[in-house]
Design a protein around this ligand. Structure first.
Ligand SMILES: Cc1cc2nc3c(=O)[nH]c(=O)nc-3n(C[C@H](O)[C@H](O)[C@H](O)COP(=O)(O)OP(=O)(O)OC[C@H]3O[C@@H](n4cnc5c(N)ncnc54)[C@H](O)[C@@H]3O)c2cc1C
Length: 268
């Protein structure tokens, strides 16, 4: 199945994928949309990263905008789709890391009808999902966080048109100065995004001060399981992810208080 082609076509060019038939999903009508329904945003699987970046509905969840606006460059964002990105389950992809910090479900469609999976159940391993060979992702449903809850996503990248070296997604719910709920996810430092429960418990039920943020970053560094590659050594990525976690916690906390804070990835 061909969506934006931004992962599949390079794999075919390198002869890592050699399909006998390609089914172009771009001809399926009504497969690209962003709709608010009740307390959730519904994204058609073929919705492009660029459409999400520009959407005022999607901007209501700031961490979703952070993600869409920071993927590669304009060319990739104009073609790549949210459904294709999740179906590819690339360990370096941005969407899974971000959407796991929110309550996200995927509608999957096959000859036996539709089923709904949580994103946690959908992502099985690197490049491996719960989709069967005759199923496709038709819709991504993201619950809109309640008032007082906000997030931030920051990646460290060598340049715009490449995947991040490391990334951190943080979603916090605040009541006054107290953090009532936290979700902290790390990207590109494991075979799948890593949820850091230890870091979350450091923040939950407490007011977030510099010491708590440092302890959460330490827990993130300990939970990371990076592989050395052309983007850096394991130690380099481990150090980077701790720093990204700190920045993301700070921004999520400010946004949860109602502050408007712009986020940009960090470029080496
Ligand atoms: C130069 C470059 C830089 C990039 N940098 C980043 C980056 O920084 N961050 C990032 O997250 N991504 C990055 N990408 C990847 C980009 O986001 C892709 O768009 C994405 O990974 C795949 O989405 P796609 O729509 O292009 O899918 P395709 O390439 O068309 O398909 C990918 C796989 O998913 C399957 N598939 C597609 N749609 C569905 C569906 N609806 N249901 C079931 N299976 C489906 C296909 O059969 C295929 O196996 C980059 C790509 C390039 C070329």
């Amino acid at each position: 199945m061909l969506a934006g082609g931004q992962s599949l076509i390079p794999l075919m060019k390198l002869r890592f994928a050699n399909p006998q038939h390609l089914v172009d999903l771009n001809f399926v009508p009504r497969s690209s949309y962003i709709r608010k329904k009740d307390d959730a945003l519904h994204f058609g699987a073929l919705t492009r990263h660029a459409e999400i970046e520009k959407s005022s509905a999607a901007a209501k969840i700031p961490i979703v905008h952070d993600c869409a606006a920071g993927i590669a460059d304009v060319q990739v964002r104009n073609r790549g789709t949210i459904g294709g990105s999740l179906a590819e389950a690339d360990p370096s992809g941005d969407w899974a890391t971000v959407l796991l910090s929110l309550a996200t479900e995927l509608r999957c469609l096959g000859p036996n009808g539709e089923r709904t999976l949580t994103l946690e159940a959908f992502i099985k391993d690197a490049y491996t999902t719960a989709l069967s060979h005759d199923e496709l992702v038709s819709e991504v449903v993201v619950k809109i966080p309640a008032k007082g809850s906000a997030g931030a996503y920051i990646a460290f990248k060598r340049a715009a048109p490449v995947y991040p070296t490391a990334s951190a997604a943080v979603q916090l719910s605040m009541e006054g100065d107290t953090c009532t709920e936290a979700a902290i996810l790390l990207g590109c430092v494991g075979l799948t995004p890593i949820r850091v429960r230890e870091a979350e418990s450091v923040l939950q039920g407490k007011s977030i001060d510099d010491r708590a943020i440092e302890s959460a970053a330490e827990a993130a560094r300990a939970a990371a399981d990076p592989q050395p590659d052309m983007r850096g050594s394991a130690e380099y990525k481990r150090a980077a992810v701790g720093g990204l976690g700190k920045r993301a916690i700070n921004i999520a906390r400010r946004r949860a208080r109602g502050e408007k804070v712009e986020v940009s990835h960090i470029y080496a």
